[in-house]
Design a protein around this ligand. Sequence first.
Ligand code: HEM
Length: 499
Amino acid sequence: MALITLTYAFVGIASAACLYMTLRAIYRLTLHPLVSFPGPRLRAVSHLPHAFSGWRGRQPYDVRDLHRDYGPVVRIAPDLLSFTSPSAWQDIYGHQAAKNLVKYGYFRVREDAQPMLTSFGADHVRQRTAFSHGFSDRAISEQEPALAQHIEQFLAQLRKSSRDRTIVDVGTMLRFLSFDIVGKYALSTDFGCLENNAYHPWVALLLLWFRTVTYVQNALAMGILAPFLMLFVPRRMLNSVKDHLRMSAEKVQQRLAVGDDPNIRDLWTYILQNKGEKGLTTGEMEVNAAVLLVAGTDPIADAIAGTLYFLAINPAAKKKLYDEIDGVITSQENQIVTMASTKRMPYIHACLNEGMRLYPPIPGGMRRQVAAGKTSTVAGYSLPEKTVVSVWQLPTFTLPHHFSSHDQFIPERWLPANHPDRPAYTLHDRQEAFQPFSVGPKNCLGKGLSYAEMKLILAQFLWHFEFELADNAFDIEKQKSYVFRDRPPLRVKLVERFL
Ligand code: HEM
């Protein structure tokens, strides 16, 4: 009897669920406010295809293919629109847009304190102002000796490998370098990745976190199924977030206990010096340090690795870059690569931009939601409340109608319009579509630091080494991406230029 009752109950619940899903699918295909936007019908009905693409690490590539089929705006999931129009950057992320659109899908890392990445309004402005001193031009040039020291360690490891005639995974070495740099600057911690030629356990934990964020974001987007799907996120992944936050907090506490010390020049030097201007709570310092370690590491390593890859397969661009570096450095008395000397290298800047265009470090879209009770206009479309929108970087940077010879590595397209090397066919490129650091009040705070750091690392590497690819493992089209890239090794053969 009990079994029969149970069976009836199960059939009843299953039927009700089926009916609910069928009615919801019909609504999403007929009456939903986004019904007029193009996209595959299955994506209009369910979030599942987009989530599945995320779990496979293929979202940026799948969204790119959708844009190629459906045009500049695509309904990639029931409530999710992806835009590629250059004007969408300002419409979604610009100063005006911030009034009606809020960040969406960024989970709160701690209940009692939010980092600037997930804070809003006056809280965001206060935090951003406090941190901006540590990213000013002055702070960047004050960091040069510390950067030079880390880069020297990077070069020393590469020298050792090249003398041993081993093939080097320069992609991993760049990751070691970027973690050592930001670990020291934002957490006063020596990860020693380069010294030990291995990931510090904390860094290994973070790499797991990058993946966790994508899993959790996609699970949470599945509505009533979310709690069930969260059960499948492995415990060690969720623990990686907690452990990272705990260890970051401990490091910040230790650094604050040292206080303002003239022998230390790191991010906290600037925070401690400027505490008069409505500083940060201790909790905010702790969560921001945790976020900086994530935000400031992999994107830098990815941008340089991607650029090196494209240089390796484009010998003419590679030679031109070597010529530029050699020309600037040999004309100097000390013959040392410095931040000042890289400012006289326009082609290195162009190569990094072109590398990030074809291989953006953040290939996906940063989501914003039209706030409750508001509407928003994006690329000429009026959008109702609760619509989630984003500009996906990989699709936007590689569309044929944004960039001529869109899939070719042509750094010259970033030279000034009147430069003799600028190809005429690139003069109509939609350069404003390329925003790897985003735009508006929440754009990348580390943009200036990133360019200075990337140029210094790349110029130093090329000044000291000749390189060529050792294999085809770094096939970009086959790579996966979970918030950041999950990239394969970039193995190169190195030859020292000055023995
Ligand atoms: C090539 C390197 C980098 C790229 C492409 C990049 C890209 C971005 C993007 C697209 C955002 C906006 C995120 C959003 O809207 O959710 C962002 C935010 C941010 N980035 Fe970067 N980033 C890079 C390097 C760095 C570095 C080196 C640091 C610091 C050490 C840094 C610190 C930050 C911070 C603090 C934010 C949050 C800003 C705010 O919310 O006001 N980034 N970055």
